[in-house]
Design a protein around this ligand. Structure first.
Ligand code: GLN
Length: 471
């Protein structure tokens, strides 16, 4: 059942939001430690919210466009009075004094926020193994990773713990786990969804988006959470057209770009599904065009200078004074050092060191400055490509879900997971992963649909057509 049907049933009084919520809670409890999708389940708050929805229905009030829909929140989104850890020891015990905009929007829309999901510490990683609280397991094969960094959110939707979830995507952290868990994941245009109350990793790249089991559910979620927010100065100051309305429009006449210079490295099973996707769109009336996007070759390099640079600055605030953990020491400077040494994990420390190096006086121009120029060129590359094609189709991830521990001691191998997702973040463009059958070991493969700035309607038309071609 899609969330639109859930909302209709709850609104009509045919089903109680409280009943649906208790079902989810029981399911979460039955696989809680096995999957470890959640850092914290908001059982009391969620129950109260579900009862409030049912009471509104009984009174004849409108309970909102997401009435009774259970949603899991990545644990880097601020929730008032509820622990928000970013899966880091440095934030242990911190309870934000306010809700992020997406969280308050969901609440006023009648959605039931059911818990905070596990992630790679501060969203740095591609497997959710970098969590200070232990890894999340892929519900489809618990020896394998769910992807990352929003692995807990992807796993929650794949396991049916929540109807939908929210994640954040800085270099692929919604799309890659969506692909590995067989669900839909969307990174909207930068500024489409408010970042107010999202703990910053790399502010010029971070964007919030949904995980869902269908393209229609993702469209409805974005229709609700998208739009201008005066509290986020980078949010786009305009309303967005409805995505739910375009889903049936098909792909007749659209030009679908096949990237001829895409970096190699995708496994044959993944390649094969991409070819099937091209064929399906062609059969529905689209034209396949060849385009070149050299940006894909340079994305990773530019990203691993820009994202750590921004992270090193954003993470300077965790000093033992204002948030969470404090390790006492002889003087203030020693306290800062001891707190950060104990509070941050290895990957976060690696990024902070990379970032401070890239920003240091002697290397700023050579590294950070140059990466910004490359970013500009990547943006221009995409603009040229979008003159020839309405959307681009690529694999989301080079492989299906890999085994837990298999890339743990090789940061570069982990970084390569994001080859196909990162360039879009640098350009600020939207992208989404659509589950498209299975590959090796019977595990899901995701196809990525990319589009230009604010071309979400076209991207969703293609995604919906791909989904229909599987039905
Ligand atoms: N895996 C990438 C990284 O480690 C992207 C993370 C993200 O999108 N948050 O930086």
């Amino acid at each position: 059942m899609g969330i639109a049907e859930t909302v209709a049933q709850v609104k009509s009084g045919a089903v109680k939001a409280d009943f649906l919520f208790e079902q989810k809670l029981a399911l979460i409890a039955s696989r809680y430690t096995e999957i470890h999708a959640f850092n914290h389940v908001m059982a009391d708050e969620a129950r109260a919210a579900a009862v409030a929805v049912d009471e509104a229905v009984a009174r004849g009030d409108d309970p909102g466009p997401l009435a009774g829909v259970t949603v899991a929140l990545k644990d880097n989104m601020c929730t008032r009075g509820v622990p928000t850890t970013c899966s880091s020891k440095i934030l242990e015990g911190w309870r934000p004094p306010y809700d992020g905009t997406v969280v308050s929007t969901l609440k006023t829309s009648g959605a039931i926020a059911i818990g905070k999901t596990n992630l790679d510490e501060f969203a740095m990683g591609s497997s959710t193994e970098n969590s200070a609280f232990g890894p999340t397991r892929n519900p489809l094969d618990t020896n394998r990773v769910p992807g990352g960094s929003s692995g807990g959110s992807a796993a929650s939707v794949a396991a049916g713990f929540s109807d939908v979830a929210l994640g954040s995507d800085t270099g692929g952290s919604i799309r890659q786990p969506a692909a590995l868990c067989g669900v839909v994941g969307v990174k909207p245009t930068y500024g489409y969804v408010s970042r107010y109350g999202l703990v910053a990793f790399a502010s010029s790249l971070d964007q919030i988006g949904p995980f869902t089991t269908s393209v229609a559910d993702a469209a409805l979620m974005l229709d609700v959470i998208g739009g201008h927010d005066p509290l986020d100065s980078t949010s786009i100051p305009q309303a967005h057209p409805s995505l739910v309305d375009v889903l049936g429009q098909g792909v007749e006449g659209l030009r679908i770009g096949r990237i001829t210079d895409l970096p190699e490295g995708a496994d044959p099973d993944v390649q094969e599904r991409l070819e099937v996707a091209f064929d399906a769109l062609r059969a529905q009336g689209a034209t396949i065009v060849d385009v070149q996007v050299p940006a894909f070759t340079f994305g990773l390099t530019a990203y691993y200078l820009i994202a750590p640079a921004e992270a090193s600055s954003n993470l300077a605030r965790y000093d033992g004074v204002r948030y969470g953990l404090r390790v006492e020491a002889a003087d203030t400077n020693a306290m800062y050092g001891a707190t950060r040494e104990a509070g941050f994990g290895d990957e976060v420390k690696r990024r902070i060191m990379l970032g401070t190096y890239a920003l240091s006086a002697g290397y700023y121009d050579a590294y950070y400055g140059k990466a910004l120029k490359v970013r500009r060129l990547i943006h221009d590359d995409f603009d040229r490509a979008y003159q020839q094609a309405d959307v681009l189709l690529t694999p989301t991830s080079p492989s299906v879900a890999f085994e837990i521990g298999s890339k743990g001691d090789n940061p570069l191998a982990m970084y390569l997971c994001d080859t196909y997702t990162i360039p879009t973040n640098l350009a600020g463009h939207p992208g989404m992963s659509v589950p498209y059958g299975t590959g090796a070991h019977g595990l899901p493969v995701g196809v990525q649909v990319l589009a230009g700035t604010l071309q979400e309607p076209t991207m969703f038309r293609v995604a919906a057509s791909l989904e229909r071609s599987l039905a």
